[in-house]
Write a protein that binds this ligand. Structure first.
Ligand code: FES
Length: 463
């Protein structure tokens, strides 16, 4: 039986649109800290995020004008090949040359490639990663008659681990219950999945493919295909009898135990452009940022369940097939994914330390945080926050001007009418400013800003 190697594989680590090339970016993958940056040849480099001098994080450093990455601690510089080029405290060229030529001053680099707008890395420590990575292709969006560039990638980092996250993506029957109130999902519409089957062989390298029927009264006649391509890709295609077609390309990148980076997009032959006139009048990045606010409810529902599931699972002394009771055909995706992990992949990316890792239950504040989950990475959401801050600042200046006008009108009674107008305008601006502050807060947390700090997961349901 082929043993699956978690490190000898391509992982998407960032949509290119999410990376600021002017600064180094830190990333964790398979519990290893790496730094991403672009060198003077505009080539992306991914290397160990630790300086060989005293192990400071290179991602806290600076990209210099000469295109090298400078460590912030004592100014050592490195080129895109990981070679040290400057050690400021060394006296004399000879000593500098000797130190820079030493293997001990080198930073380990990893193979990278750009594909479908994503930066991919091969995070393997062996001595032949560049040769090995040439022999394997990343799991990109398959050709299926849909335009893969029609939508943008979305990325978030969530406090749920690889196994629970991917398993959930092969478990479609939860949607009616966990996502009640979103996209028409409702327990009343539930229809048992009548056919759920594996197609072809299951293997270490190619994963597996599943086909199944729908799970509610709206989609019961659709044909669904769910494909797992190791190490972390789920491609799901829904085809409806009326010709509508949807492809979900989802990556679950194992960052560290209990955490995962999600990168995904949905493409379709249907038109879902928003008809919100206010939203459509904004520049694209702001429009995208504000539209991301609509994604949180579904992802909060997922987090609430998956995190609780993971905390319980981490305390168990028995295997999944003893702990789970899976009697219905709808559970085949869960079983197949778990079997692939057991048979080929050593039970998961962190199996050797998993049993010593009892996951801590997170507070609601940590679980439903939005800044660390998404906003800090997303250029569109960051732009939206900056835009709202500017609006508030201009609002404050305008309010002050209006207050001064009101005072002048009172002190030098020109016309009381202007005093009333400026007072009303000042009140409107103060009210709008409060509203802007409320919207800004939506980019930071799912906990309500006012009232009891309880996340509203289901109360908007209209039966
Ligand atoms: S730790 Fe990086 S230069 Fe000293």
């Amino acid at each position: 039986m082929t043993e699956f190697s978690w490190t000898k594989n391509w992982y998407p680590i960032f949509p290119l649109s999410y990376i600021d090339p002017s600064v180094p970016t830190s990333i964790t993958i398979l519990d290893k800290k790496l730094v991403i940056w672009r060198d003077k040849n505009d080539k992306w480099s991914v290397m160990d995020d630790q300086c060989p001098h005293k192990l400071a994080q290179l991602s806290k450093g600076t990209i210099k004008e000469d295109g090298t990455l400078m460590c912030r601690h004592h100014g050592w510089c490195f080129n895109g090949e990981g070679q040290c080029t400057t050690i400021p405290m060394l006296v004399g060229n000879e000593a500098l040359e000797t130190a820079c030529n030493s293997l001990r001053s080198q930073v380990k680099i990893y193979p990278t490639q750009i594909n479908q707008g994503l930066l991919w890395v091969w995070p393997d420590n062996s001595i032949t990663p560049f040769e090995d990575s040439n022999n394997k292709q990343p799991a990109t969006i398959p050709e299926c008659g849909l335009d893969s560039n029609s939508t943008d990638w979305y990325m978030s980092e969530v406090p749920v681990g690889y196994t629970v996250s991917l398993e959930s993506s092969f478990d479609p029957s939860h949607a009616q219950f966990l996502h009640e109130g979103i996209a028409g999902f409702s327990p009343e519409k539930t229809v048992p999945i009548s056919r759920f089957e594996t197609v072809g062989e299951i293997s270490a390298e190619t994963g597996f493919t599943l086909k199944h029927t729908g799970y509610n009264s709206v989609n019961q006649d659709m044909d669904a295909m769910r494909q797992f391509t190791p190490p972390c890709c789920n491609t799901t295609i829904y085809e409806y009898t009326n010709g509508a077609k949807f492809l979900f390309q989802l990556y679950f990148i194992p960052t560290k135990p209990g955490y995962c980076r999600y990168i995904g997009k949905v493409i379709s032959n249907q038109n879902f452009s928003s008809n919100n006139i206010l939203l459509n009048s904004l520049p694209k990045n702001l429009r995208t940022g504000f539209s991301h606010l609509f994604n949180y409810k579904l992802s909060d529902q997922n987090l609430s369940i998956m995190h609780s599931q993971e905390v319980i699972q981490s305390t168990l002394d028995q295997s999944w097939n003893k702990a789970y009771f899976l009697p219905s055909p709808a559970d085949l995706g869960i079983i197949t994914f778990r079997k692939w992990l057991d048979e080929f992949a050593n039970n998961g990316p962190f199996s050797e330390n998993h049993n010593n890792n009892k996951y801590q239950e997170l507070t609601d504040e940590q679980l439903y945080d939005r800044w660390y989950r998404h906003t800090q990475y997303c250029p569109s959401c960051r732009s939206a926050v900056i835009f709202l801050d500017k609006l508030q600042k201009y609002g404050q200046i305008l309010t002050m001007i209006l207050v001064v006008i009101t005072l002048i009108v009172i002190l030098i009674p020109i016309s009381i009418k202007w005093g009333i107008v400026s007072t009303i305008l000042a009140i409107i601006i103060i009210l709008l400013s409060n509203k802007i502050d409320d919207i800004r807060y939506l980019f930071m947390s799912s906990l309500p800003k006012k009232g009891l700090p309880i996340v509203n997961l289901y109360t908007d349901i209209k039966k």
